[in-house]
Design a protein around this ligand. Structure first.
Ligand SMILES: *[C@@H]1O[C@H](CO)[C@@H](O)[C@H](O)[C@H]1NC(C)=O
Ligand SMILES: *[C@@H]1O[C@H](CO)[C@@H](O)[C@H](O)[C@H]1NC(C)=O
Ligand SMILES: *[C@@H]1O[C@H](CO)[C@@H](O)[C@H](O)[C@H]1NC(C)=O
Ligand SMILES: *[C@@H]1O[C@H](CO)[C@@H](O)[C@H](O)[C@H]1NC(C)=O
Ligand SMILES: *[C@@H]1O[C@H](CO)[C@@H](O)[C@H](O)[C@H]1NC(C)=O
Length: 450
């Protein structure tokens, strides 16, 4: 193919050409979003000064050379996401390394997570989602003092999760996505208590900050928000989410969840949680999206949830809930589909509970047919579509997530590259703009239109 480029050739050129001296002092190499193919040459490891190696969204294959665990103690960002690598993750991360972001999402890597990751004391982002990684929950990652983002989504991990008695375990964690694995057992209350960074901290919200080193590279992740997948190109430090969906967790939802009062998205769907919905969920005052669907929860929906002023998305469908749906607050804005599959539930927007009072004047429905995310007055998502081209960048779909700090409003601005779209389906950014929502939204629009 004329447009494809042989990385091997390129690197050989780097190292063999008369200017190899200067290549060896290369610190930043970004060849992301190209059509590079073939294996990753081990000679890359000779670039001893390399700090950023960004090769995401290519078609690279083969194994990750072992020397990569050892590539240089200078390396801070290794981004190999969305390629075709297979085999094991390098196992030799040395002590004293500077690795801050390890992105391996979207490959076919297998085997367990290497223990030597424990030497990556500067690691802030570990994204190994969408691979074939096996083994138990990596509890020991809790000792990484800087870890903020842990994405294990869609792997073959199994067994119970974190039961560390160490109070400083996972204390800086803000984004935890372990969905689509085979985790079992209870969610330990202790573990949630340890998530200090998901608790309110006024000193942090006074400044708008993105994750990353603020110079060359901003950390990005893919998250499911309100049922849609977004590539968040800039992670605000205030963005906090827990996604445990599609596992086999059981038992009660721990009351200690109420302590995580700066949590924004919570997804416990498709598990076997039972018992009551804890009333303490009403204390998670920043919560915007709550998905408890497809569990075995019973009893009433606690009226305490009316306190959640920012809740714009609720799904408790397919449980055994019963009684009156709380009336008031954001509960006037949720459609019938939030509650389906709970025959015992009643009250607006479903049928009256028992006594026939004749036609009830139903409270005003705030849902607006044309704007999926801009649902209520107390809460505003402002999707903005800006098209722009960067000459050499191919088909990147870019999402910005911004948080205005004074007033608690969340703005989502989505930027879609107008030049070109990649054909891989998972790279598609859903843009909830007016005309498109009916097609792309998973929320049944007919409900809102009625
Ligand atoms: C890693 O680097 C150290 C020091 O440079 C060296 O002694 C060791 O052999 C290397 N290991 C691998 C697997 O390359
Ligand atoms: C708890 O974890 C921290 C690092 O996260 C470590 O320094 C400390 O030694 C651990 N304490 C115990 C009792 O294991
Ligand atoms: C966690 O540890 C406690 C005691 O330290 C134990 O009773 C409990 O069963 C453990 N939970 C899991 C899921 O391993
Ligand atoms: C709040 O955030 C600041 C700055 O990030 C940090 O130094 C402080 O320890 C945090 N406080 C708590 C209680 O977590
Ligand atoms: C929760 O997770 C499930 C499974 O991963 C997903 O289908 C659903 O859209 C998520 N809910 C929200 C509100 O994002």
């Amino acid at each position: 193919m004329d447009r494809s480029l042989c990385l091997c050739l390129l690197i050989c050129l780097f190292l063999q050409c008369p200017f190899s001296y200067s290549w060896k002092s290369l610190t930043f190499l970004d060849l992301g979003s190209n059509l590079l193919e073939g294996p990753l040459p081990a000679s890359l490891c000779k670039l001893e000064k390399l700090q950023y190696l960004l090769l995401s969204d290519n078609k690279l294959t083969g194994t990750i050379p072992h020397c990569f665990g050892n590539i240089s103690t200078q390396l801070t960002v290794l981004d190999l996401r969305r390629n075709g690598f297979h085999g094991m993750i390098p196992t030799t991360f040395p002590e004293g390394n500077q690795l801050r972001n390890l992105g391996l999402n979207g490959n076919q890597l297998e085997g367990p997570l290497p223990r030597s990751l424990i030497n990556c004391k500067s690691l802030e982002v570990l994204d190994v989602g969408h691979n074939h990684i096996t083994g138990p929950f990596p509890d020991w990652l809790g000792t990484l003092p800087e870890l903020r983002v842990l994405i294990l989504k869609s792997n073959r991990l199994q067994g119970p999760i974190g039961n560390s008695s160490n109070k400083s375990s996972f204390q800086k964690l803000k984004i935890l996505d372990i969905s689509y694995n085979q985790f079992t057992g209870y969610v330990p209350a202790k573990m949630l208590e340890n998530f200090q960074a998901m608790k309110k901290n006024d000193s942090e919200t006074t400044q708008r900050q993105y994750m990353g080193d603020g110079t060359y590279y901003l950390d990005s992740v893919t998250v499911i928000m309100k049922g849609l997948e977004y590539e968040v190109k800039r992670i605000l430090t205030v963005f906090t989410t827990i996604d445990l969906s599609r596992n086999q967790f059981e038992g009660n939802i721990p009351k200690s969840i109420g302590g995580l009062d700066s949590l924004r998205l919570l997804n416990f769907s498709h598990n076997n949680f039972n018992g009551l919905i804890p009333t303490s969920l009403g204390d998670v005052s920043a919560l915007e999206s709550l998905d408890l669907s497809f569990n075995q929860l019973e009893g009433r929906i606690p009226p305490e949830l009316k306190k959640l002023n920012f809740l714009s998305d609720l799904n408790v469908s397919k449980n055994h809930l019963e009684g009156l749906i709380p009336q008031g607050g954001q509960f006037y804005t949720f459609p019938n589909s939030s509650y389906t599959g709970n025959p015992g539930l009643c009250g607006f927007p479903l049928n009256d509970c028992g006594e026939d009072k004749g036609p009830q004047s139903s409270p005003m429905r705030v849902s607006h047919p044309t704007d999926l995310l801009d649902l209520t007055s107390g809460f505003t998502w402002k999707p903005v579509l800006l098209g722009y081209c960067f000459g050499m960048i191919l088909g990147a779909a870019v999402g910005f997530l911004m948080f205005s700090t004074r007033t608690p409003r969340l703005f989502v601005a989505m930027v879609e590259d107008a030049c070109k779209r990649l054909k891989r389906p998972r790279r598609d950014l859903y843009v909830p703009m007016a005309q498109d929502t009916s097609k792309r939204s998973k929320r049944p629009r007919k409900e809102a239109l009625r």
